[in-house]
Write a protein of this length. Structure first.
Length: 326
């Protein structure tokens, strides 16, 4: 898509820019925004995103893709009503292999996209994370909790990048009057997750489908709360349409241990896999559960998809991806 083509496409419909638009969450956001009547510009440097996530959108004349690193100067011709900043490596494997890029997209990328929102008069929504709470001493985690983060540990590059991004977003709201939102995203799953991104769900499903041992780190009693991607996107877009400038947790408060989650995946895939244990990674959170009281009261939002229902939708996607690699 050239600059002239983008300028000519700017019409009466609302226009949104999604950074990280070829990623797991970004691609689902692009799809939903198009369904809601938006013209959508997806921006991604494809460091961890994939064109395969958005190829089904390519025939839509209201969808445009720009391959660009958001830490560099961003120019988008024409008006923008909404900017959703979702660009970032987001799994421990990714941000430990790409620590500098993770810090840069959280700092420079947030600065560049906030500057664009200021220029365009657009609403800006930052994709933050439950990782800002670190290995929490408060359970479940409320938005008022400041967290327990090790800034020099192996996870610090991601945790602190997002904490800095939140501070930058609030600074632009307070000092430049930019209309900002901050969503703190808890563990999310669904189709278009990468098989090798290192997170529990794709790892467990891939191992179970191959009949390999399912690897659980530590004793498996650490907990996570998994939200299906369709529920998450609904919550994010309700937040975007709200007037809420302080952070809001979006996630599923149904807590499950990693060990029980592994057993659930094995059962639903019909696998004969056994569970094996490996050492727990440094600074791995022991608990993770959102308090979604603010989302319930202010956005009238809570998740609708049960874990087993979401897994039954997700497993065929992973099976297809594995078969494609065979």
């Amino acid at each position: 898509m050239t600059t002239n083509e983008l300028s000519e496409s700017a019409g009466a419909s609302r226009r949104a820019l999604v950074t990280g638009g070829a990623g797991f969450l970004g691609s689902h956001l692009c799809e939903r925004l198009l369904g809601n009547g938006y013209e959508v510009i997806a921006m991604d440097n494809l460091l961890t995103g994939s064109l395969g996530n958005i190829e089904h959108l390519a025939g839509n004349d209201r969808f445009h893709f720009i391959r660009q690193d958001v830490t560099e100067f961003i120019h988008v011709p024409g008006p923008l009503d909404l900017i959703l900043h979702f660009a970032s490596p987001a799994s421990p494997v990714d941000y430990q292999e790409l620590p500098i890029q993770t810090l840069k997209v959280g700092a420079l990328g947030t600065h560049k996209t906030l500057g664009l929102a200021k220029e365009k008069g657009a609403t800006f929504l930052l994709a933050s994370t439950s990782e800002v709470y670190g290995d929490p001493l408060e359970h479940p985690q409320r938005e008022e909790y400041w967290g327990n983060v090790n800034p020099v540990g192996p996870r610090g590059v991601y945790d602190e990048a997002k904490r800095f991004a939140e501070a930058m977003t609030m600074a632009y709201y307070r000092y430049h009057d930019v209309d900002t939102r901050i969503v703190r995203i808890f563990n999310t799953y669904g189709p278009r997750m990468r098989l090798n991104d290192g997170r529990a769900l794709p790892a467990f499903i891939s191992q179970a489908l191959r009949g390999e041992p399912v690897t659980v780190f530590g004793d498996g009693l650490q907990t996570r709360s998994f939200c299906f991607v369709a529920d998450l996107v609904t919550g994010i877009l309700r937040l975007a349409d709200s007037g809420i400038h302080t952070p809001v947790n979006i996630g599923n408060p149904a807590e499950i241990s990693i060990l029980e989650f592994a057993r659930t995946v094995i059962r639903l895939t019909g696998s004969k896999s056994e569970i094996i244990h490996r050492d727990l990674p440094e600074d791995d959170p022991k608990v993770r559960q959102p308090d979604i009281g603010r989302a319930r009261s202010l956005l009238d939002w809570e998740p609708q998809v049960e874990l087993t229902d979401g897994l039954e939708v997700s497993i065929p996607y992973f099976e297809e991806q594995l078969n494609g690699r065979a």
